[in-house]
Design a protein around this ligand. Structure first.
Ligand code: CP
Length: 318
């Protein structure tokens, strides 16, 4: 789809910590940059030189399939060297602190740190403590900016524009960094966002957020253009926010039956990993409206763009 390109401007952020503080213009600029990088993945030799001689470290303190591998591949495609750090096989298991770990890696000459941590604010803390660029790959319940970017990139690809678009984000919103990054990106770009969940899974500060709230998926499903189903984060629940998974699935699961009420061209999204049969039935996850694997594919171009832009900003600031 042809669209007017965002105005060229000087990208100045050497860190990507979240989407809350980015403007619509900056988000659009990242998406446009990502569009330019898609072509590299179609070449027979899937490589380009922008990060040649640079070192990216994947500093993951939580498990990941999509984000970690996507960042690794994105860095490889841009010709960077990649260090894969995992907590379990590192000296963190001997008591080394996060900051000592990062400073020791920095002493080896790293340029970009991609960090995932279960505590909100760790990427920001790191950005103030080391000279390398810092990219947030998910911090606690706070933000997961590259997931938010790949989600809006995917929506833009299928729907063209965010004007008048209604998007439902459904499920465990209280514990979801994806919901927060999605909300900032989607509303800044002009969409209306509705959080749909049982009251126990809606964040306490929701009245201060730029969203509507509904406790009934059945009331919302026929009105929305996009539905983003979130994973129930059992590892973070710390209580029983619903009586049983069966009851949750009955009221908030995306079933084949419920999909009959949706618009025929509704986009079905999920950041992954999916609890099949709980958040959505397999027939829906793999059905004709699902763009779940397209999201994963688009994540690669978006992460190439992010690595490229933060490195460019760092070079300008030297
Ligand atoms: N969407 C997402 O963050 O998936 P991973 O936890 O596998 O990285």
């Amino acid at each position: 789809m042809l669209r007017k390109k965002s105005k060229q401007f000087n990208w100045q952020h050497k860190h990507l910590l979240g989407l809350r503080d980015l403007s619509a213009e900056e988000i659009t600029f990242i998406l446009d940059t990502a569009e330019g990088f898609e072509e590299i993945s179609t070449r027979s030799v899937k490589k380009a030189p922008p990060l040649r001689g640079k070192v990216v470290v994947n500093l993951f303190f939580e498990d990941s399939t999509r984000t970690r591998n996507s960042f690794t591949l994105a860095a490889n495609r841009l010709s960077a060297d990649v260090i894969e750090f995992t907590q379990k096989t590192s000296s963190v298991s001997k008591g080394e602190t996060l900051l000592d770990t990062a400073k020791n890696l920095e002493a080896m000459g790293i340029d970009i740190v991609v960090i995932r941590h279960n505590a909100a604010g760790v990427p920001k803390l790191l950005s103030r403590s080391i000279n390398a660029c810092v990219v947030n790959a998910g911090d606690g319940y706070c933000e997961h900016p590259t997931q938010g970017l790949l989600d809006v990139y995917t929506i833009r690809k299928f729907k063209g524009s965010f004007d008048g678009l209604k998007i439902a984000i459904v499920g465990d919103i209280a514990h979801s960094r994806v919901a927060r990054s999605d909300m900032w990106a989607m509303t800044k770009l002009g969409a209306e966002v509705i959080f749909v969940a049982p009251p126990t899974l809606i964040p306490g500060n929701v009245d201060k957020l730029p969203v509507k709230v509904s406790y009934s998926l059945d009331e919302v499903i026929e009105k929305v253009d996009v539905i983003n189903m979130l994973r129930i984060q059992f590892e973070r629940l710390g209580g029983n926010p619903f009586p049983s998974v069966r009851e949750y699935s009955h009221y908030f699961g995306l079933t084949v039956e419920r999909m009959k009420k949706a618009k025929p061209d509704i986009l079905v999204m999920h950041p992954g990993p999916i609890n099949r049969g709980l958040e959505m039935e397999s027939e829906v996850a793999d059905g004709k409206n699902s763009v779940i694997l397209e999201q994963v594919k688009n994540g690669l171009a978006v992460r190439m763009a992010v690595l490229f832009l933060v490195n460019q900003a760092a070079a300008q600031q030297q």
